[in-house]
Write a protein that binds this ligand. Structure first.
Ligand SMILES: [Zn+2]
Length: 223
């Protein structure tokens, strides 16, 4: 929706710009007719952008929009695309989703929690991601034990089902220990932190993805 908005120039004159006004509130995500509350000055000699404050009539919260690329004679300007949500990119080993799609989903959620600085819960979330990764991997290796693997404690799975894969077993154990620290009142391993937990978890995921590829290669040459 276009709206003509008048800006003080800081002198006795004003400038009017026809601006594109967003129609979705960033807070309540409702389609609203914003109420104009204030504007910055627009001094064409010094300012390359202007800003406008709107009030949402629905949730009664304020939002600010910036406009640049001002063409004062044509009375136009370009709305700057502010992003109020964080862009989170994850880099997980290729094919890991074929071993555990839930791991990928929970890992992404954990990263989102971490990106929003929710440090008291993201460790717990990484711990949950680790449990899905390790259990889904164990189920892949022992499909006949699927029901018991789902129910058993993670520590038991690591001790009983990963003996043939010592590097994955060690990484899984280290991940589980640090992950448990994230859920408990008292931390046992004070010399390690969330970065170590993530490093061990990612290393375990890398080995597991490589093991998946190795199994695929074996299937291929046995054909
Ligand atoms: Zn709103």
């Amino acid at each position: 929706m276009k709206q003509a908005i008048t800006f003080s120039t800081g002198y006795s004159t004003v400038k009017t710009l026809n601006l594109n006004i967003p129609n979705i509130c960033i807070h309540c995500h409702k389609e609203v007719g914003f109420i104009l509350k204030s504007t910055t000055d627009y001094n064409y000699q010094t300012d390359t952008s202007v800003a406008v404050t709107f009030l949402c009539p629905s949730c009664e919260k304020y939002s600010v929009y910036e406009y640049n690329g001002i063409n004062a004679s044509q009375q136009i300007a370009r709305l700057v695309d502010y992003s109020y949500t964080k862009q989170i990119s994850t880099h997980l080993p290729k094919n890991i989703e074929k071993v555990s799609a839930d791991f990928v989903k929970i890992y992404n959620q954990s990263q989102t929690a971490e990106a929003y600085n929710l440090m008291d819960i993201c460790g717990v979330a990484y711990r949950k991601a680790a449990e899905f990764l390790i259990k889904d991997y164990a189920i892949r290796k022992f499909p006949e034990d699927e029901e018991t693997i789902k129910k058993d404690a993670l520590g038991q799975i690591i001790s009983n089902k990963l003996n043939a894969f010592p590097k994955i077993q060690n990484l899984a154990k280290a991940t589980a220990w640090l992950g448990n620290d994230e859920t408990h009142y008292v931390r046992k391993h004070t010399d390690k932190d969330l970065a170590d937990l993530k490093a061990f978890l990612l290393a375990a995921a890398t080995f597991i993805a490589a093991d998946y590829d190795a199994d695929e290669a074996l299937n291929f040459i046995n054909k």
